[in-house]
Ligand binder design. Structure first.
Ligand code: F42
Length: 142
């Protein structure tokens, strides 16, 4: 059984702890907006990683936005999802097995990006802060 390695980022690790301790009853918000918890597999270590992301749900698909606040590089979990597309998505008290795919088709990406910005407007600002195109994944039920 691979080991779970918590995030080195204190505030993130604390939010994950709160979500897991409450079975998703608590800790599922950030600045009043909904969050999901994505359990993923490390691309290099094979370790279990748990990544809270803003909740963007469109007809049963969760849109996972690798924004990292508009940083110049992708968040490391981007590489995990590219290497190991099978994830768990916890939305409140429900956790689902899902498969992610990077959304590259322009029309689909525009539609999902619009939904993401509607759910969490700062995404639009993050995109203006970097010339990397912020990756958008679709997580779909397995
Ligand atoms: N981040 C977003 O990008 N988008 C969001 O919508 C978002 C919402 C959100 C809500 C609540 C919250 O608490 C955090 C939120 N975050 C959001 C932050 C998000 O959870 C991540 O912390 C952030 O995106 C950065 O992700 P990261 O994977 O770059 O984290 C770094 C700091 C990290 O964990 N590094 C580890 C380390 O030891 O330095 C390594 C992690 C890892 O997965 N390593 C891989 C492995 O094999 O284990 C290696 C992967 C490789 O190939 O390099």
């Amino acid at each position: 059984m691979p080991e779970y390695i918590p995030s080195p980022t204190e505030w993130v690790r604390k939010q994950v702890e709160q979500i897991e301790a409450s079975g998703g009853k608590e800790g599922m918000e950030l600045r009043g907006m909904r969050v999901v918890l994505v359990t993923n597999t490390g691309a290099k270590t094979g370790a279990i990683r748990k990544t809270p992301l803003m909740r963007v749900e469109v007809d049963g698909t969760y849109v996972l936005v690798a924004s990292k606040g508009g940083a110049p590089e992708h968040p490391v979990w981007y590489h995990n999802l590219m290497a190991h597309p099978d994830v768990l998505v916890r939305d409140g008290e429900v956790e689902r097995r899902m498969r992610v795919r990077l959304v590259t088709e322009p029309t689909e990406r525009a539609r999902l990006w619009t939904a993401a910005v509607a759910a969490y407007p700062p995404y639009a600002e993050y995109q203006t802060k970097t010339d990397r195109q912020i990756p958008v994944f679709a997580a779909e039920p397995v």
